[in-house]
Design a protein around this ligand. Structure first.
Ligand SMILES: Nc1nc2c(ncn2[C@@H]2O[C@H](COP(=O)(O)OP(=O)(O)OP(=O)(O)O)[C@@H](O)[C@H]2O)c(=O)[nH]1
Ligand SMILES: [Mg+2]
Length: 711
């Protein structure tokens, strides 16, 4: 393959709602891009992009697939993304490295939920976008309604470049408003026939042409001036204005295709080639040190590994985008994230089983390599000159669905752990945590479907039977008032005895608290607890009634009890302990005795200090279509949510609320059923708050019962 220069590269992500035809379009792009000579079909399970077992079984995309096509001197790097909302992480990962989002829409459905959700990411990540209305030959295709909705949802920057004149069965003709020509597509590919616009379409075409000129002119002062003076622009000038508008995100062009019939695909490729930005024309990414990566081949190499997959006959494949510099075979590179030195053995362009070797790739290109030793997704590979510049990781959506998992056969537990960490390498929205606290393995992902796919893979591919079950909630315990206690540990059994007596005063800890002044503090230690919150340990001993050397043992005893909270065995936090008195025995006192005395004195004091259970509270942000607002609010109230604010965004409302994690179980599933899948949400840990009294009694009762069961 020839070496493509930066300006000859277009990096596009095919995005859009579920089953709108992205993979079918990808197949046509590969055909016209000379990678395959026969198009596969999703329904026949033979596309290049949906090749994984799970995708073949479900007949939809689960993972994004990196592909390429060579078309008229331009290399298209194509990332075909899954449309279903649970796989949004794949879309976010693809948008990160794409320079244009090509949003495919199904002409039968209007703007669907998936498109709306993905649009929010496109906006957030400030990516140029092109809308491609697909399935125009379908009998239910309705282009005018699609345009109405596109403008309603995404605003007036949505600009018609093409419109069909015979959408529905028999579709084959469009008016191209940019070229001001009629284009007729032969059925199933072939060179389009270009002719003059018939009289019947002239008025409509003129009207749209004028809108297009205005939208194009707005992006450049000189063009604007000329437009005002002469009332029109040449095709080249419109193209220039469009190009500027697309890369600035002020024009979102609309194109027309039928991917299934391979109609309009080469026209779309021409448009992307001519009007969409090359990698060095978009906003530059920055390194962790805020240095702009200008996508310049002359700079030292900075490549971002955005995806790692395992491919048949190749092993682990790393896909990277070059944000600066060039990469070539047998080059030495440094992994900036871990310092490991790597030699590039082969550079490949991969589209499924089609793999082409290249000697060199330039800035802006997306390229694959194999046999790296110590490189994972989100790592930066640099030349040896700039080895410590790191390209920041992609910020993926927070997990929304958590479950506990175990192998049905406990002997498979270890294998399960290994399989999950392998899966995590290629799916960065899957979080795996072996919780020491909950004594459960917790999986978190983007939704129930996401985790069901993971289960399918583990059971069918890795042959480990697993089960999902309710995850425990990481409660905490704390106190609300001061209390004193005294505990004497004395043991006399034959030989040497044990003796230690500790008196303590405990108080609730909070930032800026005024410590008690009943017992003068002679020494203080503040411990940040690994499970959150603090323990302040004050030594108020006078007259050496407890030797200083026993203080660490007392602290250790308290810590042990805090790890196994006196109420329900949950971690305790935010407590200030003052040791103010005690007794020693000249022979029998030792560290063990004081540890036990400290531990038990703490438990006694805790019980009298207004002990409360705390629960994790999450900040939840829900995007709801306005018409579903009422039912979503009612549902949230049933989950003990406290609504913090509301905003509107087009036809959507954004609800911000604080909700206890215990109430968020299966929220994604129920939100989806209340809103027919039209809402989406994100959640992030906020803080711990006391549970209401009735919840506390229920938790105490449940804990008591579980202890009885164990006895
Ligand atoms: N009639 C018609 N059907 C199409 C067209 N494009 C795709 N389809 C069909 O729509 C279904 C989904 O197509 P895919 O290409 O898998 O859609 P996708 O967007 O990749 O789906 P996900 O990746 O699962 O979100 C398949 O049955 C396709 O044959 C089209 O232009 N016209
Ligand atoms: Mg697909």
């Amino acid at each position: 393959m020839k070496v493509y220069q930066t300006n000859e590269i277009r990096n596009i992500a095919l995005v859009g709602g579920a089953r709108c035809g992205k993979t079918t379009l990808a197949e046509a792009l590969l055909l016209h891009g000379g990678v395959i000579n026969r198009r596969g079909n999703v329904d026949d399970k033979n596309t290049v992009s949906d090749y994984r077992d799970i995708e073949l079984e479900r007949q939809n995309s689960i993972y994004s697939t990196v592909l390429y096509a060579e078309y008229e001197g331009v290399k298209f790097n194509i990332i075909d993304c899954p449309g279903f909302d649970d796989f949004i992480g794949e879309v976010v990962g693809a948008l990160r490295v794409a320079d244009t989002a090509v949003m495919v829409l199904n002409a039968q459905n209007g703007v669907d939920v998936g498109a709306e959700i993905q649009w929010r990411w496109i906006k957030k990540m400030k990516k140029p976008a092109v809308f491609v209305v697909n399935q125009l030959e379908h009998d239910k295709a309705n282009f005018d309604e699609m345009m109405r909705q596109l403008k309603q949802y995404f605003g007036n920057s949505v600009t018609t470049i093409q419109y069909p004149i015979n959408a529905g069965i028999g579709f084959d003709t469009i008016i191209d408003v940019l070229k001001m020509k009629m284009i007729k597509f032969p059925v199933d590919g072939g060179t389009p026939e270009i002719s003059d616009i018939p009289d019947s379409e002239k008025d409509k075409a003129e009207e749209l042409y004028n809108v297009l000129i205005e939208n194009a002119a707005e992006n450049d002062e000189a063009l604007m001036e000329k437009f005002f003076e002469e009332g029109t622009l040449t095709e080249e000038e419109i193209k220039k204005g469009l190009h500027l508008g697309i890369k600035e995100g002020s024009v979102f062009p609309v194109m027309c295709i039928s991917a299934k019939m391979d109609q309009g695909v080469t026209t779309l490729m021409d448009f992307i080639k001519d009007s969409c930005p090359a990698p060095n024309e978009v906003a530059f990414d920055k390194t962790d040190k805020d240095k702009e990566l200008k996508c310049d081949s002359k700079e030292p190499l900075s490549a971002f590994v955005f995806k790692v997959t395992t491919e048949q006959h190749l092993g682990e494949v790393a896909f990277m985008k070059l944000y600066n510099g060039e990469i070539s075979e047998s080059m030495e590179v440094v992994n900036a994230n871990n310092g490991s030195k790597e030699r590039i053995s082969q550079l490949l362009c991969i589209a499924g089983k089609n793999r082409e070797k290249v000697e060199k790739a330039c800035a802006g290109d997306i390229i694959a390599t194999i046999k790296l030793r110590n490189v994972g997704a989100q790592h930066t590979l640099n030349s040896t000159k700039n080895s410590d510049d790191i390209i920041p990781s992609t910020v993926f959506p927070e997990p929304k669905f958590r479950t506990a998992v175990r192998a049905k056969n406990t002997s498979d537990d270890e294998k399960l752990g290994a399989v999950l960490s392998e899966l995590r390498k290629s799916d960065l929205t899957l979080l795996v945590e072996q919780s020491k606290e909950l004594k459960q393995m917790i999986l978190s992902g983007q939704g129930e479907q996401h985790l069901n796919i993971i289960k399918w893979i583990i059971e069918k591919i890795n042959k480990i039977e697993i089960e999902y079950f309710s995850p425990k909630i990481p409660y905490r315990e704390t106190i609300t008032k001061s209390a004193e206690s005294m505990y004497r540990h004395r043991k006399q059994s034959g030989g040497a005895g044990q003796f230690g007596e500790v008196h303590m005063l405990i108080e609730p800890y909070f930032e800026g608290m005024t410590p008690q002044n009943k017992y003068p503090i002679r020494g203080t230690e503040t411990h940040d607890l690994s499970w959150g919150g603090k323990l302040v340990f004050n030594n108020c001993i006078v007259g050496g009634v407890i030797d200083t050397r026993f203080m660490p043992a007392i602290l250790k005893g308290i810590m042990e009890r805090m790890e196994d909270g006196p109420l329900t065995g949950s971690y305790a936090r935010d407590i200030c302990v003052n040791i103010f008195d005690g007794k020693m025995h000249p022979v029998d006192s030792n560290e063990m005795a004081f540890k036990l005395a400290g531990r038990n004195a703490f438990r006694e004091a805790f019980k009298n200090a207004g002990a409360r259970i705390l629960e994790p509270i999450y900040d939840v942000e829900v995007y709801v279509p306005s018409e579903n607002m009422g039912s979503v609010m009612t549902d949230l109230q049933g989950r003990r949510a406290v609504v913090m604010g509301m905003d509107s965004d087009g036809s959507y409302q954004i609800i911000r609320a604080k909700v206890p994690l215990a109430e968020m179980n299966k929220y994604s599933t129920s939100l989806s059923s209340i809103t027919s899948g039209r809402a989406s949400y994100g959640m992030k840990f906020a803080d711990y708050q006391q549970v209401p009294a009735d919840v506390q009694s229920a938790l105490l009762k449940a804990y008591e019962e579980s202890q009885e069961d164990e006895d």
